[in-house]
Design a protein. Structure first.
Length: 399
């Protein structure tokens, strides 16, 4: 997806500098052309040969180099690149750029650059918390520079707190999104439900389904990357909450209903990607049921709230999108659901074909996307993150 994209990677003097090698490797695999600019202090942590080998390009360092092979001037670099990523970014380089100091190849190139600059900070937790650093970040954010949040955890110095370099895949995804996705959801609020719900039988057992939340989370990430404000209401999942997204965790269908209608009025678009359990025990047993007490167990079930139907009754001018996981007559059942629940779009997939490569729990999916006019678009098996892009494209076609 990054074929033909030109990226400058600035590497600064942090112990996390060695992780920049993996960033170069992953970006290169996606087709990007990369030049690495190293600050003088970064050379204490990693050698240029590593980046030369991985990028296939000379490393840029000395602002005043007379070596013709590496004397690529900062103005030329700034004109060449589509994006500058500084990873790891120290408090020092953030402070310099925030205050207009340009005294090396990296800072002079950023000063001359007119497109997107993304920082991935890495530093000691006390430096991260310092008000001067936070003011510099705020100033750069105001000016349009972007930051990838650092992580909480154990740092090289032994301290525990904020300041660890973000996950490498998250950094690469952010760069990929910045270079390939349009900002066409800017100004929109998207409310998304994801994963399954759980309905308690007793204190240790519940009724649920196989939904992992991967499709809903992919939709949330891509909508956010395309400029939307995203509110994600999710049932139990092993997935980490996406950064920059308001994420609310729930257990039952009733809890999901409560949170959905709490945020409903704020949303322009509602995407119901959660697999809500249709039935729950009429009564929850106290404590833990013991199998020794009976050879049989009869549980009376009742319907859970139909959140999507309720949304359809009061949607007004909001766009409402549903999902249909079917085992037979997929298109017929999906169209019925589309009409009964007054949806603008429905995404249908046949879970009876599930063999581990698609559907619940998988990283891939295939689907038929049907709009309220009955127009169907078939999407072949692709990663769910790409499926999310295509669904969001279809939503924008709704008038």
């Amino acid at each position: 997806m990054l074929k033909g994209k030109k990226i400058l990677l600035g590497v600064t003097g942090s112990i996390a500098a060695y992780k920049a090698a993996e960033i170069v490797s992953l970006l290169k695999k996606k087709g990007a052309d990369i030049f690495v600019i190293m600050t003088a202090s970064s050379l204490k942590f990693i050698q240029p040969l590593t980046f030369i080998t991985l990028s296939g390009n000379p490393v840029i360092g000395n602002l005043f180099s007379t070596n013709d092979k590496t004397a690529i001037k900062h103005i030329s670099l700034a004109a060449w690149a589509d994006l500058i990523l500084i990873a790891p970014a120290t408090a020092n380089v953030v402070g310099k750029i925030a205050n207009g100091i340009a005294d090396d190849m990296l800072t002079t190139t950023v000063m001359a650059f007119k497109a997107k600059v993304i920082f991935a900070p890495a530093m000691n937790t006390n430096m991260f918390a310092n008000p001067l650093y936070q003011q510099n970040v705020e100033k750069l954010n105001t000016l349009g520079y972007e930051f990838i949040d650092s992580e909480y955890g154990r740092l090289a110095c032994g301290a525990i707190g904020e300041g660890r370099l973000a996950n490498i895949e998250e950094i690469v995804d952010r760069v990929e999104n910045a270079l390939t996705l349009k900002n066409d959801y800017q100004g929109k609020t998207v409310l998304i439900t994801a994963s399954c719900t759980r309905e308690a039988i007793d204190k240790v057992r519940f009724i649920s389904n196989y939904s992992s939340g991967k499709m809903g989370f992919a939709l949330a990430r891509i909508a956010h990357a395309r400029g939307a404000r995203v509110i994600l209401v999710t049932g139990p999942t092993s997935l980490s909450a996406p950064k920059g997204i308001t994420t609310i965790s729930i257990e039952s269908a009733e809890e999901m209903r409560k949170e959905v209608f709490k945020y409903y009025s704020q949303a322009d678009i509602i995407i119901s990607a959660a697999a809500v359990v249709d039935f729950r025990p009429r009564e929850m047993f106290d404590g833990k049921l013991k199998k020794e007490k009976s050879e049989k167990l009869i549980i009376e079930l009742e319907r859970t709230p139909d959140i999507l139907y309720e949304l359809g009754k009061k949607k007004g001018d909001k766009i409402l999108v549903g999902f249909a996981a079917e085992t037979e007559n997929m298109e017929t059942n999906a169209l019925k659901k589309l009409k009964e629940k007054r949806l603008d779009l429905i995404v249908a997939n046949n879970i009876s074909l599930r063999n581990g490569s698609s559907g619940f729990g998988s990283d891939k999916n295939s689907a038929k996307v049907i709009n309220s006019k009955g127009i169907t678009r078939e999407i072949a098996l692709i990663p769910k993150i790409e499926m999310a892009e295509k669904i969001l494209d279809e939503i924008l076609k709704i008038k």
